[in-house]
Design a protein around this ligand. Structure first.
Ligand SMILES: [Zn+2]
Length: 388
C-alpha cells in the first residue's frame, strides 16, 4: 500500500523519529521503481508537489499542528525531509553518460525517453532536424541602425559596466550631491554599501554617460565615440516605463568643436534614421553634464508634421498632434566634466566637445508603431517572430 503521511498525536522526539524513518523508508522504496523521465516527474509531483505533495502534507499535518514547545523539533526534522526528497529527485535525473547508451542502432535521448523516431530506435537515414535561426531583437536591430549611422561618420564603439560606482555615474558627470537623480526614487543602488565612501558605492547605471568618462580616462583627444548599452532606473513597468531600457550616447571631443558641429551631426543622423525629409528642431534644456543643453525634436515622420492622419484627419497619437517628436538630449560638454579627465589631455581651456543621448526603446516603438514598451521584454515569441 502506498505511503500516506499520518496525523501525529505524539510529538515526542521518539515518536517524531519513528515518523521520519517511515517517511524516508517509503521515499527510498518508491524511488527504486523510477526508471524513465515521465516516472521521475510523477515521483517528483507526489513528493514535492506544492499543492498536495507529501512534503506539503508533512508541513500541514506535522509542523502546523505541533504544540509550540515541539515546533523546533518538528521544524528541524521537516528540513531534513525536504533536503532528502530534493536529493533523491536530483539523483534520479538521468545524466548523459548514464542513459545515452548506444546499443546497435537503438538509443535513448538524454532525458531517458524514447526518441521522436518512435520505438526507441533511431533511423540514421532520416534527414536531420532543422533548427530555426533566431532574428535580431527589435531593440538590438534599432540599436544597430543607430550605430551604423554614426559609424559612417567615423565614430567608434565604446562600452562599459552596467554596475557602476557613484563616482562614474554621478560625481564625475557634474551631478551635485543632492541632485534628485541620486535619490533612491530614481536609482537602483546595490545593497549593503553603507560602509563604503559615497563615491565608491555601487549602483545600476542610470545612463550610458559613465562610459564617456571611462573612455576619456583611457584615450586622449581627439575622440569620437558611440556608447550603446543597457541602463536601469527605479521605474515600475508600464506602457512607457521599464526598470531596464537602452540608450545610445555619443561624444565628440576635439579643438574648436562648436554647437554648429553638434547641430550638423544630429541633423544628418536624424535624416539617416527617420528619412531625408524630416526637419530637426533644437530647444533649450538642462542636463548637469552639458552647457548649453538642448532637446532635439524631429518633425513627425508619421503624419509629416501636420498632427493629423488619414482622410478623416484623425489625431496623430505618436506626436500628440504637435507635429514634432522629441528624440534626444544633447549639448556642449560642460567644462566641469573635462576637469575630471584634465590630466589625460582634456584641458577645458584647449578642447571642446559635444555629447548626445537617445532612448533606443522609444525610437524602436516609434519606428514599429508600438504603444506598449513591455512588448519588447515579455519574450512572447508571437510578438518577436514578426521581426524575423
Ligand atoms: Zn504626428
Amino acid at each position: 500500500m502506498a505511503y500516506t503521511v499520518p496525523k501525529l498525536k505524539d510529538f515526542s522526539p521518539a515518536a517524531l523519529d519513528k515518523a521520519v524513518a517511515e517517511f524516508l523508508s517509503a521515499l527510498d522504496t518508491e524511488s527504486v521503481g523510477v526508471q524513465i523521465e515521465s516516472e521521475r516527474k510523477v515521483f517528483r509531483d507526489r513528493w514535492q508537489g506544492r499543492k498536495n505533495g507529501l512534503l506539503t502534507q508533512v508541513n500541514d499535518l506535522w509542523l502546523k499542528t505541533a504544540p509550540t514547545d515541539a515546533k523546533r523539533d518538528v521544524g528541524q526534522r521537516v528540513n531534513v525531509l525536504k533536503s532528502r526528497v530534493a536529493e533523491t529527485i536530483e539523483k534520479l535525473r538521468p545524466s548523459v553518460s548514464a542513459t545515452a547508451v548506444v546499443k546497435g542502432l537503438s538509443l535513448r535521448t538524454e532525458v531517458g525517453q524514447p526518441t521522436a523516431y518512435g520505438d526507441s530506435s533511431l533511423d540514421i537515414s532520416l534527414p536531420g532536424i532543422r533548427r530555426p535561426i533566431g532574428a535580431e531583437h527589435p531593440i538590438i536591430r534599432t540599436m544597430n541602425e543607430i550605430i551604423g549611422v554614426f559609424r559612417n561618420l567615423g565614430y567608434s564603439i565604446a562600452e562599459g559596466p552596467v554596475i557602476e560606482t557613484d563616482y562614474y555615474n554621478f560625481e564625475s558627470l557634474n551631478f551635485p550631491p543632492n541632485h534628485p537623480a541620486r535619490d533612491t526614487q530614481d536609482t537602483l543602488f546595490l545593497a549593503n554599501q553603507e560602509s563604503k565612501p559615497p563615491r565608491e558605492r555601487l549602483l545600476l547605471r542610470t545612463h550610458t554617460s559613465p562610459v564617456q568618462i571611462r573612455t576619456m580616462e583611457k584615450l586622449k583627444p581627439p575622440l569620437r565615440i558611440l556608447i550603446p548599452g543597457r541602463v536601469h532606473r527605479n521605474d515600475p513597468p508600464d506602457a512607457s516605463h521599464s526598470p531596464m531600457f537602452h540608450q545610445v550616447e555619443g561624444l565628440a571631443v576635439d579643438t574648436n568643436i562648436t554647437f554648429g558641429d553638434l547641430k550638423g551631426t544630429l541633423d544628418h543622423a536624424m535624416k539617416a534614421l527617420f528619412g531625408s525629409d524630416v526637419k530637426t528642431s533644437f530647444r533649450p534644456s538642462f542636463f548637469p553634464f552639458t552647457e548649453p543643453s538642448a532637446e532635439v525634436f524631429v518633425s513627425c515622420f508619421i503624419c509629416g508634421g501636420s498632427g493629423k492622419r488619414g482622410a478623416d484627419d484623425a489625431p496623430c497619437r505618436p506626436c500628440k498632434q504637435a507635429g514634432w517628436i522629441e528624440i534626444l538630449g544633447c549639448g556642449m560638454v560642460d567644462p566641469n566634466v573635462f576637469e575630471f579627465v584634465k590630466r589625460n589631455g582634456y584641458d577645458p581651456e584647449k578642447v571642446s566637445g559635444f555629447a548626445f543621448g537617445m532612448g533606443v526603446d522609444r525610437i524602436a516603438m516609434l519606428k514599429y508603431g508600438l504603444d506598449d514598451l513591455q512588448l519588447f521584454f515579455q519574450g512572447d515569441v508571437r510578438f518577436l517572430e514578426q521581426f524575423g
